[in-house]
Write a protein that binds this ligand. Structure first.
Ligand SMILES: Nc1ncnc2c1ncn2[C@@H]1O[C@H](COP(=O)(O)OP(=O)(O)OP(=O)(O)O)[C@@H](O)[C@H]1O
Length: 342
């Protein structure tokens, strides 16, 4: 089961699998570290699915994506009337995950004030809703993740040392894809199989060499996106090295460039999927922050519409976590049904 989800034959992945097996048998908190896109959430899901909690819920929350004034209520819930806007009782994610596993993503970005409360929950196994008077027992297995160096964060006074040791009972380090290039071909095969709607492309030996030599700063997420692009542009074709360069180039272009014509294996051309942003007009009152917010809102709406309202797909399209996408929708006041009806 683990091997099905966590693709890879490298030694680094074998070590991760060993740690997952230990984690499955224990009930302690796990801390998964590693760069963005390296598969930390995949590890958390594997632990959950292999554990005796597999029939319970698996819930994920991204501490870095929720405004600090909302995060406490998102985690622990609130009683009706506990603050402006809290009209009725809301169950926090700890209560929702009761009997299951809670994936605390980007735990390094959690505000210090909340870190104290999280530590209490971990030590006592109880939560208290915002505005509540009673402690409520919860049975939740925590898998936390971060791409920050928490030791540095502790040194800088941004992360509590006592929480670090409480979280880090069982540490798992996810290697970057650059550290396990031997897994690139296997991952490509895995992602190609996931798309059963169109005929998959294939990669020539020199194309695979080229991909194995690439640095993969965006790790497995970047590779998955490249395979998706390859499937769109080269469905049913064999991709050679120079086309890999094109596929990599498309990803590295900034949003400000003109659309690119990509020559497909059939000799036809397709336009790159790259959005073309018009240059901002620096009139009086121009605000970079507002402009960026508007641009972000537009891209989120476009992705939602493009994906027929399937949030997980739209989130993948703009390369953010699903939880981050949902949070951004909430922050921009985007209603999926309204957008689809428009
Ligand atoms: N070993 C793997 N096998 C199969 N798919 C993987 C593997 N590692 C990562 N992926 C895929 O790559 C994408 C990114 O993985 P994931 O979200 O787990 O990364 P992450 O380290 O949690 O990222 P972030 O730090 O940005 O939250 C997902 O689509 C995931 O399914």
């Amino acid at each position: 089961m683990i091997s099905e989800m966590l693709v890879g034959r490298s030694e680094a992945i074998a070590s991760v699998r060993t740690m997952i097996r230990f984690a499955v048998k224990a009930t302690t908190t796990v801390l998964v570290t590693g760069p963005s896109g390296s598969g930390k959430e995949v590890v958390a899901r594997s632990i959950h699915q292999e554990s005796d909690r597999a029939d319970g819920p698996f819930l994920a929350i991204n501490s870095g994506a929720i405004p600090s004034e909302l995060i406490e209520s998102e985690l622990f819930g609130h009683e009706g009337g506990s603050f402006t806007g809290a009209t009725s009782r809301h169950l926090g994610i700890f209560e929702q995950a009761d009997g299951g596993t809670l994936f605390l993503d980007e735990v390094g970005e959690m505000p210090l004030s909340l870190q104290v409360k999280l530590l209490r929950v971990l030590e006592e196994g109880t939560i208290r809703r915002v505005g509540g008077r009673e402690d409520i027992k919860v049975d939740v297995r925590i898998v936390a993740a971060t791409n920050r160096d928490l030791k540095l964060e502790i040194g800088a006074g941004r992360f509590r040392e006592d929480l670090f040791y409480r979280l880090c009972v069982l540490p798992i380090r996810m290697p970057s894809l650059g550290e396990r290039r031997e897994d690139v071909a296997l991952l490509i095969e895995h992602f190609l199989k996931q798309n059963d709607k169109v005929e998959a492309p294939s990669f020539s030996a020199d194309a695979l060499d080229r991909l194995a030599a690439y640095g993969w700063p965006g790790n497995v997420r970047e590779l998955r996106n490249l395979v998706e692009r390859a499937t769109i542009f080269f469905s049913g074709q064999q991709i050679v090295a120079k086309e890999v360069d094109l596929l990599l180039d498309i990803a590295s272009q900034t949003a400000n460039v003109a659309p690119n014509a990509v020559t497909t294996a059939e000799g036809g051309t397709v336009e790159s999927a790259q959005p073309v942003a018009s240059a901002p007009i620096f009139e009086n009152g121009f605000s970079l922050q507002r402009h960026m917010q508007e641009e972000e809102r537009r891209l989120i709406v476009d992705a939602l519409v493009e994906c027929g309202g399937v949030i997980a797909k739209a989130a993948r399209m703009v390369d953010v976590q699903r939880t981050t996408f949902v949070e951004k929708m909430r922050r921009h006041g985007i209603n999926r049904d309204d957008q689809l009806a428009a």
